[in-house]
Design a protein around this ligand. Structure first.
Ligand code: SF4
Length: 372
């Protein structure tokens, strides 16, 4: 039985849908925000009955756009979490923020409610790229939000950046990277655009010129080089931070820790069972929650341990593998570890196995070797 828990809370509403987005998010149907927050509080209260004695070390309020809804909803949500759950005094409490729907006052309310980490969805500092992505903000909004966040007392800020945006060049991407580094957030997440079915960009893919694979690779390398130059340390394939500012919530996901997801479409992993909430708003509002629960087999868990753990730059601990699964890692994965280290894709040092630089470049290929 677990002792610690992380909490994810999903706010699905956005001012409008971005062109690349396939998350559970949409403009709020009239009058539904209040109803949704009521349903969310009720799900949370039930979770409090079940898990209230467990210590919450990280909380993440994501979306959607949590900053889109009235701040009083977020303040009440935080109040309820503190009331019914055992929140660790040094818990990392993050909220996602869209520069187009944030102001100083909102940020102050969040700080006052106990939120201590802000994740700003910037994506780019180039206004043409932001327009192409269908974002509601421009670069001026971003700079203002960043300044407001510092003034409101946020001393742990993440900025999300995106590469491989149609029309983006190496030079405009480098400009975004350097501009963000100059701002000096504690954490930067840098992902390349994924073309997902059902999105506007996917449906209109013939109208856009997408980044070719070589340029995508060059951007990927540029990210590590430029962020390294500014002193950011890569600790996961796409995540960089200053010392001590790694995102504790995401590390729980990557290291197979237990987490509870509350809200529309939210996923949980508790005692090796994966739950998934309904993605249909009306069903959620009528009280329906988890529609799926899957007990992970021992093989599923071993695979996840390797797939997610190897995304971390420090890699996985062989001792931890043995502790969790009662087997020596070489008994299960000896052959693939030998092959991949022989090819220079993996590095084995003491108790740890990690991806090498060439291995990071082709991580999907390396990780696929760990399927059982
Ligand atoms: S703001 Fe975020 S969640 Fe909302 S539509 Fe855009 S990418 Fe999706």
């Amino acid at each position: 039985m677990m002792n610690d828990l992380s909490l994810y809370v999903h706010i699905p509403f956005c001012a409008r849908k971005c062109r690349y987005c396939d998350f559970t998010s949409f403009p709020a149907p009239p009058g539904r925000i209040g109803e949704y927050m009521q349903a969310l509080r009720s799900e949370l209260a039930d979770a409090g009955d079940e898990y209230g004695e467990l210590r919450l070390n990280t909380i993440y309020i994501g979306g959607g756009t949590p900053t889109y809804i009235d701040t009083s909803y977020i303040a009440r949500l935080c109040e309820l979490i503190f009331e019914i759950m055992d929140v660790s005094p040094d818990a990392e409490i993050s909220i996602e923020c869209n520069p187009g729907s944030t102001d100083r006052n909102k940020l102050e309310v969040y700080r006052g409610a106990g939120i201590n980490r802000l994740s700003i969805g910037a994506q780019s500092v180039n206004d043409n790229e932001l327009t192409l992505l269908g974002r509601i903000h421009d670069s001026t909004d971003l700079f203002r939000t960043y300044e407001d966040a510092r003034d409101a007392g946020f001393d742990n800020i993440n900025i999300d950046l995106m590469s491989a945006i149609p029309g983006q060049t190496l030079s405009t991407y480098e400009h975004s990277l350097r501009t963000i580094c100059e701002l000096g957030p504690e954490h930067i997440s840098a992902y390349s655009l994924q073309l997902e079915e059902g999105t506007y960009l996917y449906e209109h893919r013939d109208e856009f010129e997408f980044t070719d694979e070589d340029t995508d690779r060059e951007m990927y390398h540029m990210t590590a080089d430029v962020l390294g130059e500014y002193g950011y340390r890569r600790y996961e394939i796409s995540n960089y931070s200053g010392p001590g500012y790694e995102c504790r919530h995401n590390i729980v996901y990557w290291t197979g820790g237990d987490y509870l997801g509350i809200g529309l479409g939210a996923a949980s992993l508790i005692d090796n069972v994966r739950y998934k909430n309904t993605e249909e708003l009306l069903r959620y509002l009528s009280g329906e929650r988890a529609i799926e629960s899957i007990l992970l087999s021992a093989d599923d868990r071993k695979e996840e341990f390797m797939f997610l753990g190897l995304r971390m730059i420090c890699g996985i601990s062989c001792e931890e593998f043995k502790l969790r699964f009662g087997k020596d890692i070489d008994e299960v994965y000896g052959e693939v570890i030998r092959d991949m280290t022989g090819m220079g894709m993996l590095i084995r040092e003491g108790d740890h196995i990690r991806l090498s630089d060439p291995g990071l470049d082709v991580c999907n290929y390396v990780l696929s070797g760990f399927m059982l």
